[in-house]
Design a protein around this ligand. Structure first.
Ligand code: ZN
Ligand code: ZN
Length: 387
């Protein structure tokens, strides 16, 4: 009874083990299949056969299907428009090293081949490989040297600008270069004023009392205002920030492996930004305007205040001051004079010039003088500056 049970359980276990083994084998096969079919980062390049003219032959097809010629030292690989990815399994044998050219028959051979698969010659003497050949070919192309193209026009522009500047300087010189002209004094005009102040008792008010004042009233008044922090307020503030909303698809780069394949190099996708607006609550201070109080004084005080003036004038070059008789509460507060000479120039033009007193009195009507003119105005009379 017991033994039978044992046999039975053993049979179940055996069955179970067998099922597991099958399952494992199936999984392994599936994995192998997946690996065989999985897309790798390598794509198949294309080449053209120069012997029979067939174009777009797959890089993994080592002999031309048209004429049977092998890939040789004339073969150049290029990318197809529609990229055909190698499976992971295929890719294992590619991208390890560039092909070399047989020095005897010219056929291309894998990086790890020691003898030519076409003629059996040893690799030892192979000097050309896929990339050294490509480099030599591009090296023989005429080198384009950067020609000094931009120099010509630049020079022309410089000359034009220089000429324009010179012309401008010439014009300015013509206008502002001092010119002298012989002139005659045809008229003179002078005016003199003496100002007289009177000591007067006036009413004033201020926040302080000046010496000599008699205060007759004082009051508490607003002398100014001050900004005082009152409280803080929640304020909604509009803000913006740049956020990534997606990525731009970027075409990958392809590196020629020199064996009929290219390796795809992913480029980092470029992020697409957009401006996002949002509101934020911010604490902002609120100020209050408070008056500042102070004592204001009202007082009377004696001040010298303009009262009258004594004026004289004439049309000669001998000016005189007016007679001033001052009362006990009067004071002279200043004197002013204006002196103008009028000239008739060589060309018959009439020019009036305000001059200093000393210059004015040194001329008489009918005298001749040399006027220096610059930019249309008289700058000197007989060498004495008037401006
Ligand atoms: Zn061919
Ligand atoms: Zn060979």
């Amino acid at each position: 009874m017991e033994e039978q049970q044992n046999t039975e359980s053993t049979a179940t276990e055996q069955q179970k083990a067998a099922e597991e083994a099958i399952k494992a084998a199936q999984e392994a096969a599936a994995a192998k299949k997946a690996a065989r079919e999985a897309k790798s980062d390598k794509v198949e390049g294309l080449w053209d056969c120069p012997y029979c003219g067939q174009k777009g032959i797959g890089g993994l097809t080592k002999h031309c299907p048209g004429c049977g010629h092998p890939q040789d030292n004339n073969t150049k690989f290029y990318l197809a428009t529609e990229k055909k990815h190698l499976t992971e399994e295929q890719a294992e044998n590619y991208g390890k090293g560039e092909d070399w050219d047989c020095p005897f028959c010219g056929s291309m051979n894998r990086y790890d081949a020691t003898t030519c698969k076409n003629c059996g010659a040893p690799r030892d003497q192979a000097e050309s490989t896929y990339f050294t050949r490509k480099q030599e070919e591009s090296g023989t192309q005429p080198v384009t040297t950067a020609a000094p193209v931009s120099k010509g026009p630049n020079k022309k522009v410089l000359i034009a600008v220089g000429a324009a500047l010179l012309a401008l300087i010439a014009i300015l010189l013509v206008i502002f270069l001092p010119r002298k002209s012989k002139s005659t004094v045809t008229a003179a005009q002078w005016q003199r004023v003496i100002y007289v102040d009177q000591l007067t008792n006036v009413q004033e008010s201020d926040w302080t009392v000046p010496s000599g004042a008699t205060v007759y009233d004082e009051q508490i008044e607003v002398s100014g205002y001050v900004q005082v922090l009152d409280h803080y307020e929640d304020v909604e503030v509009q803000r913006s920030r740049e956020v990534i909303v997606g990525y731009d698809e970027v075409e990958p780069d392809y590196k020629d492996n020199g064996d009929g394949t290219f390796t795809e190099i992913e480029n980092t996708p470029a992020p697409i930004y957009d401006t996002e607006y949002y509101t934020e609550t911010e604490q902002q201070p609120v100020y209050r305007t408070d008056p500042v109080l102070a004592t204001k004084y009202y007082y009377t005080i004696d001040r010298w205040i303009y009262e009258r003036s004594v004026e004289t004038s004439g049309n000669d070059t001998t000016p005189v001051w007016g007679e001033v008789s001052l009362a006990s509460d009067e004071m002279e507060s200043g004197r002013e004079g204006v002196y103008v000479l009028t000239f008739s120039t060589e060309k018959g033009k009439t020019v009036s010039v305000q001059v200093p007193e000393s210059l004015f009195t040194s001329y008489q009507i009918g005298d001749t003088a040399s006027l220096t003119t610059s930019g249309g105005t008289v700058t000197a009379i007989d060498g004495v500056a008037v401006r």
